[in-house]
Design a protein around this ligand. Structure first.
Ligand code: KIV
Ligand code: ZN
Length: 518
């Protein structure tokens, strides 16, 4: 970060693509990670932790591609305290305009004894060696004492001092297991600010997990005590109960600048778009009452509240919906709307579509407008998010017909799919219509992937609403998500399933070239 940075500016370090991706079932493919990284850059995030390059080929490739193409933020790769890890991170980050290596080692008695099986002197030496080695690749090095909040203070101070002496410009204190409480965590940062002699040569960062629901409160307490970088994720995704949620931190700082006079570089109007993009890619829907980005965060149900808001929104709204990117008008285009109006609307919603993407989204909008009387903002967002990759997929749905109801025969589906250019048809029965349709897919394209998640979300109110369906499949430890939206829930379900299968084929192909056979 710039040396002349305002002393009250908080650096936003986003780890959605690293810690966030460690959430079970949350893995993303390269194209999805690139879309998230572009959204983070457009939002004004300072540092993107793009992955853990030594962890897998996929992580390496993602960090490398993001380093090549995403401009603006510093791109960061995680590494343990070994030469091999650090060199791999450096190689992945090579193309970045601004690169950061983040190296970590556990420092708590529990982790050193049972996880590392190292004594404190060796851990201390590893801190010096790893930071020095990382500095041979880049000037921007971050060091973290894993399980920092449960580390003995004397040892923590000693490691922090040595990491700074070895060249770390950012010292990140993780509450790895989400154990700290705000006063205590703030006091820990205060203790480091007062006791580490060279602390003024580094920025203190915090990385809080949400096991007790305190990640945001702990992060803010740390900022008040002097931390000037916060590590966080969109929608608070991350290991176990997740990480501190970026939108909550940023909006708390913005809304309560009276008691927390710190600024960030985040364009808060991008928050909703980033949140929705992440949900649609991962299939992790945000709970309705989630702060800032939940569907109910700006909804007023009680008559007294509605009356108050109509007279003056500030009666019950502490921030405006527009400030997080919610647009005012909800009813939008209809079947007579033209391409220009559609393009403008998409832009208002935060999507700058290129010619091909616009053409395809506009055609699908027209089809939708023929089916639905009113097309809402949410419909357009679902439709744009469900664009697919734009390349011809190995598998696609050609047609589907389903019979079900109170009749005493099992629900039955008849389906035609295109499989590597050939059309194949079959019919199948099942316990319900979705089961019957999925059985058709399994008959036409036999596979062993297990269905881990099947989730339907109505995009808007009303029986003509589009269904947004998420499907997660798992095969040999590889997890993929598919998402599709349609006014027909069964069509959306099958397209989401087939999208997940297409992704699985790509993943299989990377390990075995003959993978296109089932
Ligand atoms: O939670 C944690 O301690 C981490 C470190 C790698 C920073 O994610
Ligand atoms: Zn973490």
């Amino acid at each position: 970060m710039a040396d002349n940075m305002d002393k009250d500016r908080v650096v936003i370090f986003d780890t959605t693509l690293r810690d966030g991706e460690q959430s079970p079932g949350c893995s993303m493919n390269l194209e999805e990670k690139l879309r998230i990284a572009e959204a983070l850059a457009a939002m004004g995030v300072d540092v993107i932790e793009a992955g853990f390059p030594i962890a897998s080929e996929g992580d390496f490739e993602a960090v490398n591609e993001i380093a090549k193409s995403v401009k603006g933020p510093a791109i960061c790769g995680l590494s343990r305290a070994t030469k091999g890890d650090i060199d791999r991170a450096a190689e992945a980050l090579k193309p970045a305009e601004r690169k950061r290596i983040h190296t970590f080692i556990s420092t708590s008695p529990l982790h050193m004894k049972f996880k590392l099986q190292m004594d404190p002197e060796d851990v201390h030496q590893a801190v010096i060696d790893s930071v020095s080695h990382a500095r041979s690749h880049t000037d921007d090095v971050e060091w973290s004492p894993e399980d920092g909040s449960r580390t003995e203070h004397d040892f923590l101070c000693r490691c922090v001092e040595s990491a700074i002496d070895a060249g770390a410009g950012t010292i990140n204190i993780p509450d790895t297991v989400g154990y700290a409480v705000p006063d205590e965590f703030g006091a820990l940062i205060d203790m480091l600010m007062n006791r580490v002699p060279n602390i003024d040569k580094a920025i203190i960062s915090v990385h809080c997990h949400n096991d007790l629901g305190l990640a945001v409160a702990n992060s803010l307490a740390a900022v008040k005590a002097g931390a000037r970088q916060v590590e966080c994720t969109i929608n608070g995704i991350g290991e176990r109960a997740g990480n501190a949620s970026m939108e909550e931190i940023v909006m708390a700082l913005r809304t309560r600048a009276d008691v927390m006079p710190y600024t960030t570089n985040i364009v808060t109007e991008h928050i909703m778009k980033a949140s929705r993009l992440l949900s649609s890619i991962t299939g992790f829907q945000v709970q309705p009452n989630k702060a800032i980005v939940g569907a109910n965060a700006f909804a007023h149900e009680s008559g007294i509240h509605q009356d108050g808001v109509l007279k003056n929104a500030a009666t019950y709204e502490i921030m405006t919906p527009e400030s997080v990117g919610l647009t005012k008008s909800n009813i939008v285009l209809g079947k007579h709307s033209g391409r220009h109006a559609f393009k403008e609307k998409a832009r208002d919603l935060g999507y700058d579509l290129g010619d091909n993407a616009l053409q395809s989204a506009f055609k699908r909008f027209k089809d939708l407008a023929d089916l639905k009387k009113e097309v809402f903002d949410e419909d357009i967002i679902a439709l744009i998010d469900d664009q697919g990759s734009g390349v011809e997929e190995a598998l696609s749905l050609v047609s589907l017909e389903v019979n079900c109801g109170t009749v005493h025969t099992p629900p039955k589906a008849a389906m035609t799919m295109r499989i590597l250019g050939d059309e194949k048809s079959c019919d199948a029965t099942g316990d319900g219509p979705v089961d019957a349709a999925f059985n058709c897919i399994k008959t036409l394209f036999p596979h062993n992937a297990r269905l881990q998640l099947y989730q339907v979300h109505a995009v808007t109110e009303g029986t003509d609403a589009q269904a947004e369906v998420s499907v997660r499949l798992e095969e040999d430890g590889r997890t993929v998500n598919g998402m599709a939206a349609d006014t027909d829930t069964l069509v959306a379900s099958c397209r989401a399933y087939i999208m997940a299968l297409n992704k699985l084929l790509v993943k299989r192909q990377k390990t075995a070239p003959e993978a296109l056979s089932a």
